[in-house]
Design a protein around this ligand. Structure first.
Ligand code: UTP
Length: 297
């Protein structure tokens, strides 16, 4: 590649899924708006984008997802109410949500899969590399996972997706990569070259224990691959199938990100994230720790 890769400025948030694993909570409210301590899930990923230098976020929504749009919009009445009461801190908090980023929204009319949701954002993304973040996944680490992936793309011009080792008994729940050590040594053992991806394999047949976590930085060519992708498992257009084609055609990195990933779209993952973020809370973390310690199990 002769030209320097473009800087990654845009992120796509596919948020049109039905959240069936979290029913009944998600019957009338978006999964992405379930709070971990005091922030909706999706806000953690938006803050990750802001910390990663992303300027534009495109949220792919569906029916019943209006609360997401409202959350990142201004709330003048609420802000005025708080200011009139002299509660400047909370008024500023309300004002600052989403203030650093430009948001656009588009709709996926039918939930035809994650790959289809990404494809729906094609016109808004244009001919640029972009990040994809699953809004129900929280990545908590020393460096924002999206920034780490942008660094790999901006240096190499090849897309990169975040992976993490998972215990053998959980392999069948995730997309798993078949990868070999990268010839590019800057990231050491953490960077792998993807040979293939497999959706939810049996542990015995899995090519590795590295699961795809829900953070991606992709070149615009992924859209051509998704256009050609036929519906797979469950009649859905799988992002994994587009990624496999991309990996074959122009390569794709897997980056083992530092820190911890919570799949908070799953009840147990949600509870783990809640407890860990509550323990870290400066206001009541110590009290919460003492409460947990005093509990009899
Ligand atoms: P998930 O499978 O985790 O989400 O999809 P889901 O379909 O909402 O939830 P369950 O499995 O029924 O509990 C991963 C991401 O892809 C989005 C979801 O919103 C989620 O962020 N997605 C999925 C779409 O935007 N459109 C789809 O058609 C499918």
């Amino acid at each position: 590649m002769t030209d320097k890769p473009k800087r990654v400025r845009t992120a796509v948030f596919p948020a049109a899924g039905l959240g069936t694993r979290f029913l009944p909570a998600t019957k009338a409210q978006p999964k992405e708006m379930l709070p971990i301590v005091d922030k909706p899930l999706i806000q953690y990923a938006v803050e990750e984008c802001a910390a990663s230098g992303i300027e534009n976020i495109i949220i792919v929504t569906g029916r019943g997802k209006n609360a997401i749009e409202d959350h990142f919009d201004q709330a003048p009445e609420l802000e005025r109410f708080l200011r009139d009461k002299g509660d400047t801190a909370r008024a500023d908090l309300v004002r600052d949500i989403g203030a650093k980023i430009h948001f656009s929204y588009t709709r996926q009319r039918d939930p035809l899969g994650l790959g289809h949701a990404v494809l729906v954002a094609r016109e808004l993304v244009g001919d640029e590399p972009f990040a994809v973040l699953l809004g129900d996944v929280i990545c908590d680490g020393p460096k924002p996972a999206t920034r780490a992936l942008c660094d790999v793309y901006e240096e190499t011009g090849i897309g990169a997706i975040a992976v993490e080792p998972v215990p053998r008994e959980l392999i069948h729940l995730y997309g798993i990569v078949d990868a070999r050590p990268a010839t590019e040594r800057k990231w050491g053992e953490r960077l792998r070259q993807i040979l293939d991806l497999v959706e939810k394999p049996d542990a015995e047949k899995a090519p590795s224990n590295l699961s795809v976590t829900g953070r991606y930085v992709l070149p615009p060519e992924i859209f051509d691959h998704l256009e050609k992708t036929k519906p797979g498992r469950g009649g859905e257009i799988q992002l994994t199938d587009g990624l496999r084609a991309l990996a074959r055609e122009q390569g794709l990195w897997a980056l083992i990100t530092e820190g911890k990933t919570y799949d908070a779209g799953d009840k147990l993952g949600f509870l783990k994230a809640t407890v860990e973020f509550a323990l870290k809370n400066p206001e009541f973390g110590d009290e919460f720790r003492a409460y947990l310690k005093a509990m009899e199990f």
